[in-house]
Design a protein around this ligand. Structure first.
Ligand SMILES: Cc1ncc(C[n+]2csc(CCOP(=O)(O)OP(=O)(O)O)c2C)c(N)n1
Ligand SMILES: [Mg+2]
Length: 150
């Protein structure tokens, strides 16, 4: 709910040395719950942070209510207005690859907005955090899903 970035800033302040680069994955509804974090990021200027916002224009998991991002609100424009100059809408996969590779070059945090399918999901995502983590780790291609992969 927009706290991933705040959490990461705290890690940074506590000088967690093994973290070299951080990618925060957010939903559009999630970032809308804490737009202030965009202004905080802009002013702290963490060089090693990329925020990716997956924007389906909905609060899908709570019942598919239309979010402001499904109306007039352009979340990349909001991020730019907050002061994150390197904020872009991703056009396609090749564009994503070029933007993600450029992350250290522009001297500040990067924010990427990605429009994703706004069709209602065929199923509800599981509400089990351990299972969600396991699916996510497998999706990253790590080959393992954590403790559930005994
Ligand atoms: C601070 C806070 N406000 C509201 C909620 C309720 N809530 C849970 S999931 C969710 C919607 C998330 O929407 P989005 O990030 O767009 O993900 P999607 O469901 O579309 O995949 C909301 C508002 C919450 N958990 N925490
Ligand atoms: Mg959403």
């Amino acid at each position: 709910m927009g706290w991933a970035e705040t959490f990461l800033q705290t890690l940074k302040k506590n000088d967690v040395r093994f973290i070299t680069y951080v990618i925060a994955l957010e939903g559009d509804g999630s970032i809308l719950m804490n737009l202030g974090c965009l202004a905080t990021i802009a002013n702290l200027k963490p060089r090693n942070l990329t925020v990716i916002i997956l924007d389906n224009g909905l609060y899908q998991i709570t019942g598919k209510q239309v979010a402001a991002t499904g109306g007039l609100t352009d979340i990349v424009a909001v991020a730019k207005g907050a002061g994150i100059a390197s904020s872009y809408w991703v056009r396609d996969e090749a564009h994503f690859e070029s933007l993600i590779d450029r992350r250290f070059d522009e001297g500040g945090p990067v924010l990427l907005g990605v429009k994703i399918n706004d069709k209602p999901g065929a199923t509800q995502p599981p509400r089990d955090p351990a299972l969600v983590r396991s699916h996510f780790m497998k999706g990253l291609g790590t080959g393992r899903g954590g403790v559930l992969d005994a």
